[in-house]
Design a protein. Structure first.
Length: 175
């Protein structure tokens, strides 16, 4: 009797791992298809709205709206793309350009030019810190998006519907 119960537990455990492996392989396949599509895309444009909330400051909720046009340049060490952003943030309307050498921020009648290579290539680099590109742009130009997206995932779901797939990835609190 103990042998039958142990066999049943092993079968259910194996079946559970097989189901999990099948789900993970479908998720992996979807993410790899996205990665292949991104690698094949040279230019794209999109509109975005980003709301920033700083709970430590009073009146710190603000929204940035932008239209972004970018061309992927994988060997560009600063952004990985050249781009033009046109939008409006909590200060004013702006235009922001990066041509591979300099970044240009245009507000009202003021043009500010940054040479990003004069500073360390970190998020504190003035060209990066002041850019209107949103945080998820990195994902659009990430050469290994599968690894980036799966790093730190605590829960995922993949729902296949007729002609679309809905992928939900959940991360821990700090992610």
């Amino acid at each position: 009797m103990k042998q039958v119960i142990l066999s049943a537990i092993l079968i259910f455990t194996f079946a559970g791992h097989s189901i999990e492996a099948a789900r993970n392989s479908r998720l992996q396949a979807v993410l790899e298809a996205i990665q292949d599509s991104i690698r094949a895309t040279r230019s794209l444009s999109y509109q975005a709205t980003y709301t920033n909330v700083n709970p430590n400051l009073e009146d710190s909720i603000y929204t940035t709206r932008a239209r972004v046009w970018l061309i992927r340049v994988p060997n560009d060490s600063i952004f990985g793309c050249h781009f033009h952003v046109s939008g409006k943030d909590h200060y004013s309307a702006y235009e922001y350009y990066y041509d591979g050498q300099y970044s240009y921020e245009i507000r009202h009648d003021t043009i500010t030019v940054f040479n990003p290579r004069q500073y360390p290539n970190t998020p504190s680099n003035p060209a990066k810190a002041r850019t209107a590109l949103l945080p998820f742009v990195h994902l659009i130009i990430d050469p290994n998006i599968v690894h980036t997206l799966l790093n730190g995932v605590v829960n995922e779901s993949l729902i296949m519907k007729k002609s679309k797939r809905v992928l939900t990835l959940s991360y821990g609190k700090d992610k």
